[in-house]
Design a protein around this ligand. Structure first.
Ligand code: DGJ
Length: 693
């Protein structure tokens, strides 16, 4: 049983970890333990007795409360903040009851006086070594309650100090930089206020004791299953208690909870490992892969002409690209931006989701048919949440965008954001996109979003205006979810000018993420490594393009083969030699893609922290096959030899490694330094195979 009661509390057990909490002598719901799974129920420490330090804090300030409210003389980050109808802004949550139901535990709390129930939900993903938490708020009274903060969880680290926080930061064209910084007394805030997840930070944390590396050290890590404004507040209190708060961003947020209504905060997932950042990532990768809409399905090699043609698409040019792509072994042809009504540039067209009559006089069918005849699937780009002022849709419905009545509507890339909190906007998009999907044999959709929010108003809404942050995201989920349900075979990709919407919420609808508009090979090595902290290789679409053309085609292919391979170059410019080489790499990729897309990933040398040496290895789940990619982007002076030690092999089984003589045990290969004879901007791919006997 993954959930047990223990004296005065509960323990959630996964295959290797445990998380315990319970009631302390003062009746407060208190964190007790998070770490390796222990053999006996008595092993879990009791909830600490409250300590009284001085009149400046009450004992609850020093208590690691599981879900602290805003009450008492305490100043730790609270998980919730509400205002009751009479203006009271204080929440005293008391334990009411607990329910265990298989892998789920529900803790019911209620306010000591007011009609507010809060249920803390816990779900144990035992085999995946992860715990999921979220909170549900219910108004049982007869007057509205305003919720102003509703975090999903407060994750407590063992008492101690010298913790270090790792997170992912960046910007458009430069996403997923790994940051590691000490946590000291105070609050470190990571957040999005952009109505979407954002390029600038990913909702991810990993906390270690200051010296973990890829293979060793305790790491506590987690994320949020949400695609809108989010917040991580990592607090070290004045009594050395470290907590990671995670949930909806409370900045400009409010929700009116009417009598009888409930509000559900999104889920947070977290885990603990003893063997470093690599193990944390692999834990998350397995979880994601199992839950993707199409599970562990292998992704096809795609071609996308965006970087080749930009908006200049029409039936003839796309057919030409499709014919060349098919000859290389491409399996999925995706037409990007530019195909719909009036879309000759980025100043017009968004919102008018039907084929442009000049470019596609007979609709999309002739192109789709030709692509299918060539043996490929057909995919299409859309940006449903946006509208250009120069569009039929905006001319008809100028009130459909997010705006304030008396403010200029700030444009980004000449576009405004449709208010997807509105049901009529959602229905318009469902109708138009459903028509395109129903009338054409479309196997893949790239869903883009190319600006962040401004003037976050919804003038016609009579409810609490600040609900827009959540209702918008729920609207995106409804449109996307409805279309996905009606067209279950379609593979969806989440894109937001590259990696602006990469999160576990969107991966309930999408199978893939376009992680960056930066497709340059060397830059990409770092971006891919950052992305892999949280997401598996099969979700990472990676194109070979003409960017950073000083790199060899081999190097560029090797970089993209580390994910779900695609091509985004101008194929009409590739000569016969280049096409032959591409054909060869695509064929190799098809052989090894199950290892890459479904196997375990080991980051052997970091692109972000290394000395111009990057190495990534993938190992099949049965450990019979593996593939190693190594890249050199800089040779320091004095030159350092580039060696790797393989990982993830069965120590007793025997393997061959391409480029090295003989068969040796996995143990030998994992304890021998293998020299990679790479010059600057060189790369290599080595296949590793188990041999019999
Ligand atoms: C931004 C995306 O990241 C690109 O790949 C491309 O689809 C453009 N938008 C199209 O406008």
């Amino acid at each position: 049983m993954p959930v047990h009661t223990i004296p005065d509390g509960w323990v959630l057990e996964t295959a290797h970890t445990a998380y315990a909490f319970g009631l302390n002598p003062a009746g407060l719901l208190t964190h007790r333990y998070w770490g390796v799974r222990l053999p006996y129920p008595d092993d879990y420490p009791p909830a600490p007795a409250p300590m009284n330090w001085a009149s400046f804090n009450n004992p609850s300030h020093l208590t690691p409360e599981e879900y602290p409210g805003t009450n008492d003389i305490k100043f730790v980050e609270p998980c919730l903040k509400v205002t009751f109808a009479d203006g009271t802004r204080d929440t005293v949550l008391r334990f009411d009851s607990a329910e265990i139901d298989g892998e789920n535990l529900r803790i019911h709390l209620r306010d000591a006086f007011y009609p507010l129930n809060v249920t803390l939900h816990y779900r144990v993903h035992a085999e995946r070594d992860l715990i999921e938490r979220y909170a549900v708020f219910v108004n049982t009274g007869d007057q509205p309650i305003t919720i102003e903060r509703a975090f999903s969880a407060q994750w407590h680290l063992p008492i101690g100090d010298h913790y270090r926080l790792s997170h992912l930061s960046g910007r458009w064209f430069d996403e997923f930089n790994i940051q590691r910084e000490p946590l000291v007394q105070g609050v470190k805030v990571l957040e999005s206020r952009r109505i979407t997840t954002g390029h600038h930070h990913a909702p991810f944390f990993a906390v270690d004791r200051g010296h973990a590396d890829e293979e060793s050290g305790e790491v506590w890590f987690g994320t949020l299953v949400w695609s809108g404004n989010w917040k991580i507040a990592a607090e070290v209190t004045d009594f050395a208690s470290t907590r990671i708060n995670i949930g909806l961003n409370d900045w400009d947020f409010a929700w009116r909870l009417n009598p009888g209504e409930s509000f559900t905060a999104p889920a947070s997932l977290a885990g603990y490992v003893q063997n470093g950042f690599g193990a944390a990532s692999r834990t998350l990768h397995d979880y994601v892969r199992e839950r993707l809409p199409h599970g562990d399905a292998l992704h096809k090699v795609l071609y996308n002409s965006w970087e080749a043609t930009f908006f200049d698409v029409d039936v003839n040019s796309q057919t030409k690209f499709a014919e060349i792509a098919a000859g290389l072994g491409v399996e999925l042809f995706v037409m990007d931006d530019g195909w719909f009504h009036g879309r000759d540039h980025d100043r017009a067209g968004l919102g008018d989701w039907w084929p442009d009559a000049k470019k596609f006089p007979n609709g999309l069918s002739p192109l789709v048919k030709r692509v299918n005849e060539l043996g490929m699937d057909f995919g299409l780009w859309v940006e449903p949440e946006m509208v250009n002022p120069d569009s039929d849709l905006y001319r008809q419905h100028p009130d459909w965008v997010i705006h304030f009545a008396n403010r200029e509507r700030t444009e980004g890339r000449n576009q405004l954001i449709l208010n997807l909190a509105r049901a009529d906007v959602q229905d318009y998009l469902i109708d138009h996109l459903d028509t395109i999907l129903s009338e054409n044999n479309i196997a893949f959709i790239k869903w883009d979003m190319n600006r962040n929010v401004s003037e976050p108003g919804w003038p016609s809404y009579e409810g609490e205006q600040r609900e827009i942050w959540v209702r918008y995201v729920e609207g995106v989920y409804r449109v996307w979810g409805t279309l996905a349900a009606r067209h279950p075979k379609v593979i969806w990709q989440s894109c937001s000018g590259g990696g602006g919407r990469a999160d576990y919420g969107i991966l309930r609808l999408a199978d893939q993420i376009w992680i960056s508009d930066n497709t340059g090979g060397t830059a990409r090595l770092g971006i891919q490594e950052g992305f892999s902290q949280l997401f598996p290789a099969n979700t990472m679409e990676a194109w070979v393009t003409d960017m950073e053309k000083h790199l060899s085609l081999t190097f560029r292919f090797h970089v993209s083969m580390c994910g779900s391979l695609g091509i985004g170059a101008n194929l009409t410019h590739w000569n016969e030699r280049e096409r032959n080489e591409a054909r060869r790499w695509i064929a190799v990729y098809k052989e090894i893609r199950p290892i890459i897309q479904q196997g375990d990933q080991y980051r052997l040398h970091s692109a972000q922290f290394g000395e111009g040496r990057t190495a990534v290895q993938y190992v099949s789940k049965d450990q019979r096959e593996s593939v190693l990619f190594a890249f050199r982007t800089h040779v320091p002076d004095p030159a350092q030899p580039f060696t790797v030690r393989l990982r993830g092999l069965n120590p007793q089984a025997r393997y061959t490694v391409e480029g090295f003589d003989g068969a040796r045990s996995g143990l030998a290969w994992m304890n021998t330094d293998l020299l990679m004879p790479l010059l600057n901007f060189d790369s290599t791919l080595r296949r590793i195979r188990q041999v019999e006997g």
